[in-house]
Design a protein around this ligand. Structure first.
Ligand code: UTP
Length: 447
């Protein structure tokens, strides 16, 4: 894109101020600004402006009902596992990781997936995900292609981390990196914000940016070529997740579901997790901020919480459903933030109060479009302990403790009692679950 093209495009959407400092920019700054401008689509600018006018209006959730949530046990669990295992053996399952977030709460300088979480080895989060995929691939003798969504900001460092670690044992041909979109921040008035005279403030377009990115990058076409039917979706910050869990995959297939969600019981009525609710025949994710106090605390006759199950963002999608949704516009969520901007005389100002909006799409907004959705309960402490904050709850410390509690439970089931305070770590390729650990004759070892 050259200057004239950039000017024309910006004028078409009322954003010509983006070139206001052009004359003061050096050659390199001009080039990089033009590169940024080339990624901005006038249709998206108008889309963001529309969202600003509509404001943060949220749909009324007061008529929402709790969905029917399945718990698999005994024969039904065995059946689901058998169906899931058949899918895995036939190579019809893919793993899809969203790792394009900024991880601002953790305050880690780099892709969150490179954060060292292994209690003994300091292995990064990516290690645990990749090794689980490798372990399942080895167990079922069929490839689980691994699709990793990054952002412009962390793609190079993510790819580097995989390369440095020899892809954690995976075949590089089966790992597909793709970047999500970046959207410009805007003032209340719908003007794009420059955070430097030659630089537009941009941020990743949310995990919902996944759909457009899957299509744009060719990842969806790659899945189709490989014969993938079920796509296991997970987030980078949860090393406890059971990737491509056969029971979950199997239940999804049995239900002929397009969008299946693993759900866990809330730890307290006001826990900050989204709740899928039923509205007529369809479902919608209701964020915790949208729930009234009455909804959070509503009880069943037996005293249990009516809205008990929250979503930790562990999903299985039907590939064709993703294809259908990939070309549709998604709703935008607005976040009012402190965004540095170029003020009087071209000086950069760091505001002390929020001054501009970031725009994000959320993957669960496609839930109402699923012809069939399914919900499966699981035990939170077995599969969910995210690294969100630097300290306190949902931090590296709580996550490491939860990882070790899970492994110590497996070891105990295998007849090995580990003394309190002794650290434990298990490579998923060594043992993917408690049953596998039992087969390894561990009682020969003393801990
Ligand atoms: P979070 O909502 O926790 O956001 O992302 P975050 O960016 O990682 O962290 P904070 O809020 O800045 O502290 C949940 C999952 O969605 C991914 C993240 O990488 C994480 O796996 N995500 C989030 C994206 O892939 N892209 C985004 O634009 C946002």
């Amino acid at each position: 894109m050259n200057y004239a093209e950039a000017e024309k495009m910006l004028k078409s959407c009322g954003q010509e101020h983006v070139l206001a400092y052009w004359k003061k920019l050096g050659k390199k700054e001009r080039e990089s600004l033009l590169k940024q401008i080339a990624t901005i689509e006038p249709a998206n600018v108008k889309y963001c402006q529309k969202a600003l006018v509509a404001g943060a209006d949220v749909a009324d959730s007061s008529k929402g009902k709790a969905p029917k949530v399945a718990t698999l046990k005994g024969a039904s669990l065995k059946k689901a596992i058998a169906v899931g295992e058949a899918e895995l053996r036939e190579g019809r399952v893919a793993a899809l990781l969203v790792a394009g977030g900024q991880g601002s709460r953790l305050g880690y300088d780099g892709p969150k997936g490179c954060y060292e979480i292994g209690p003994i080895t300091n292995a990064p989060l990516f290690y645990f995900h990749a090794r689980k995929i490798l372990a399942r691939t080895l167990r079922y003798g069929a490839t689980i292609p691994f699709y990793v969504m990054t952002s412009e900001a962390n793609n190079a460092a993510t790819v580097e981390c995989f390369k440095e670690n020899d892809y954690f044992g995976l075949n590089p041909k089966d790992v597909f990196f793709f970047t999500q979109g970046m959207w410009p921040g805007m003032t209340k008035e719908g003007k794009i914000i420059l955070d430097e005279p030659g630089h537009v403030f941009m941020s990743p377009d949310g995990h919902g940016g996944l759909l457009a990115a899957l299509k744009r990058s060719g990842a969806l076409a790659d899945m189709k070529k490989r014969g993938v039917k079920s796509v296991f979706f997970f987030q980078v910050d949860n090393p406890l997740v059971e990737i491509a869990d056969p029971a979950f995959i199997g239940y999804h297939v049995q239900q002929k579901s397009e969008y299946s969600l693993k759900l866990c019981a809330k730890r307290d009525p006001f826990e900050k997790v989204g709740m899928p609710m039923q509205f007529g025949k369809s479902f919608r994710m209701v964020e915790y901020t949208e729930m009234s106090k009455e909804q959070c605390t509503r009880k069943n006759k037996d005293g249990s919480l009516y809205f008990l199950y929250g979503s930790p963002a562990i999903h299985v999608f039907d590939r064709e459903f993703l294809e259908r949704e990939a070309s549709k516009a998604m709703p935008l969520h607005l976040a009012f933030k402190k965004i540095p901007f170029v003020g009087e005389g071209g000086k950069v100002v760091k505001p002390s109060e929020p001054n501009g909006y970031k725009f994000e799409k959320f993957i669960f907004d496609i839930l109402p479009n699923a012809k069939k959705a399914a919900f499966l309960a699981f035990d939170q402490k077995d599969e969910f302990s995210p690294v969100k904050n630097a300290e306190g709850g949902d931090s590296p410390a709580t996550c490491r403790a939860d990882m070790q509690a899970k492994w110590k439970k497996w070891l105990s089931e295998a007849g090995v009692e580990v003394k309190a305070g002794v650290p434990v770590e298990i490579d998923p390729v060594y043992a993917l679950d408690a049953d596998e650990l039992k087969t390894l004759g561990l009682n020969l070892f003393a801990f």
